[in-house]
Design a protein. Structure first.
Length: 512
């Protein structure tokens, strides 16, 4: 049994104040256990202070050396908020609170297992002061309940994404990832030091497929674009424009966009009007403005679309890394929305038409960096808000990664049941995070003070409090994982070899 860190001084509702024993170290956010009769309570440190039993004027006179006061006590007190109660092995939200003078302990490895933090997709370890304890992970069932990773530049978001996706790859074909890489970082791990990326994952050749605009592998044939895809590409398209597009598609077939572009470039709206009985100039011009914005490098006149390849790979548990660096922001938007909607729709269609085939699909997590660009409440709705709000039953999950959480639509934000909150300094974002996330209401200061790679994890319904974690550094994971994967038998520990050498040497001596 470890030494107590302190004892309870006052309890009110879910707030426990305790005196801290001299020489004990605690930090904001740390988890403590309060033993109370046959129950234990778990609480998180939210505030602390120090004081003495002297009055202010006495303290001043003592500090100035004018007078010295008889024996008095100085003390440190800590406030913690209860989040869990354990009684004979049963864990639940607190039904009561601890008592005056109950002893307080810092969390140990044993507490870590009581807290049941070890989901299958392990991304970090429980932080307790300066130490790290047992593993902390997100469960596979939490993927379709949507998630988000938030934190300012350089706090470790990309590393955390790499870690989570590495676990998803390890769990294939139960799980699969679709990753949109805006900065072209994840393949090689650019910006991660030491540099390790998904290419270094031992399953890279079998479980990961890389698509890059630079290698001309990212083409979306114009003939594969049907009118129903237009609202994904152009969220502001009107009902009239879609109707017109459907009419034109019906009469022109797969090459409809190419034919329209040609007719429009020769004869303007009249050229298009000749192909249909619809003559409204405004609607034709508006539709053609959209169709002509489709970039010819990305949308060549052909039947091939890399998106079909992505859909097929995802269905077989092969994680797809879509590197969209180097594209214009409009092209990036088109690629991400088209790919995500095709994959998500594939899940939805199978669910509706062939439930048994759907059951065999891996649970999908779509990782979207720069998520604020797609989930901004002031912009037209995109496929990503649709996924976040309505795709949970199809086992399609979204991981919205952004340094600017306050720019995410609050309705979508509320649906992100797993949140990895990393260091955030901007007040506006902190207020948004703590105000819109259950169990974070007391963590404002803590969120500002987190170090690189440190985070608070909430993953409902399994983890219903903010767990302080240290995210595993992806390069370390890869270096350790690499050794394991060759399936060589482990070499004998050095101490054992030393022992054998010693015996041999001794045997040698006696034989002399
Ligand atoms: N858990 C960790 N342990 C140790 N180092 C880490 C950890 N997480 C990140 N780092 C290091 O911190 C640096 C920044 O990490 P990362 O690129 O993941 O941050 P980011 O939040 O994605 O930044 P940006 O907003 O610029 O994209 C990298 O050098 C990375 O190796
Ligand atoms: Mg990053």
């Amino acid at each position: 049994m470890s030494e107590p860190a302190g004892f309870v001084r006052e309890v009110k509702g879910d707030k426990v104040s305790f005196f801290l024993n001299k020489g004990t170290d605690l930090s904001f956010g740390q988890i403590v256990r309060v033993d109370s009769g046959n129950r234990s309570f778990y609480a998180r440190v939210v505030d602390a202070g120090s004081s003495s039993t002297l009055k202010t004027d006495e303290q001043l006179r003592e500090a100035e050396g004018k007078e010295s006061f008889g024996p008095y006590s100085s003390y440190r007190h800590v406030d913690a908020i209860l989040f869990l109660e354990k009684e004979v092995g049963k864990i639940r939200s607190p039904t009561f609170n601890p008592d005056y003078m109950d002893k307080v302990y810092t969390a140990t490895d044993e507490d870590c297992s009581v807290l049941r933090l070890a989901g299958e997709l392990e991304i970090g370890r429980l932080r307790s002061g300066k130490h790290v304890l047992g593993p902390v992970g997100i469960s596979v069932e939490a993927i379709p309940l949507m998630m988000g990773m938030f934190g300012m530049t350089g706090c470790g978001k990309t590393n955390c994404e790499l870690m989570l996706n590495a676990r998803i790859i390890d769990s294939s074909p139960r799980t699969v990832g679709l990753i949109f890489d805006f900065a072209g970082q994840l393949l090689e791990g650019k910006g991660i030091a030491p540099q390790r990326g998904l290419r270094d994952h031992p399953l890279f050749h079998t479980k990961i497929r890389y698509y890059s605009a630079r290698e001309q592998k990212m083409l979306v044939g114009l003939y594969t674009i049907r009118p129903q895809k237009l609202s994904t590409l152009f969220p502001d398209i009107t009902h009239h424009q879609v109707r017109l597009a459907q009419k034109l598609y019906k009469s022109l077939g797969n090459t409809w966009i190419e034919q329209l572009q040609e007719a429009y470039s020769i004869n303007g709206h009249k050229g298009v009007a000749e192909l249909t009985d619809y003559k409204g100039k405004a609607v034709i011009d508006a539709l053609m403005l959209k169709l002509s914005s489709l970039s010819p490098h990305l949308f060549p006149p052909s039947d091939y679309s890399f998106v079909d390849d992505v859909v097929q790979n995802v269905g077989q548990g092969v994680t797809c890394l879509v590197d969209i660096s180097g594209l214009s922001s409009e092209e990036q938007y088109d690629v991400t929305c088209l790919t995500a909607s095709s994959v998500a729709l594939h899940y939805k269609r199978l669910w509706e038409s062939d439930f048994n085939a759907w059951k065999k699909l891996p649970t999908l997590l779509i990782t979207l960096e720069e998520a604020h660009e797609f989930l901004d409440p002031n912009m037209p709705k995109t496929i990503f808000s649709d996924i976040a709000l309505t795709y949970r039953k199809y086992r399609v999950g979204l991981n919205a990664v952004t340094p600017r959480p306050s720019r995410i639509n609050p309705n979508v934000f509320a649906e992100l049941w797993t949140k990895v909150v990393m260091k955030t300094e901007l007040r506006r974002d902190r207020v948004y995070l703590t105000g819109n996330t259950p169990y974070l209401e007391y963590s404002d200061t803590e969120v500002k003070m987190l170090d690189v790679g440190e985070a608070l994890l909430i993953s409902e319904p399994k983890i219903r409090f903010a767990v302080p974690i240290k995210v595993i550094h992806y390069p370390e994971y890869i270096d350790e994982r690499g050794e394991v994967d060759y399936k060589l038998s482990a070499s004998k520990p050095l101490s054992e070899m030393d022992e054998r050498l010693k015996k041999l040497r001794e045997a040698g001596k006696t034989n002399l």
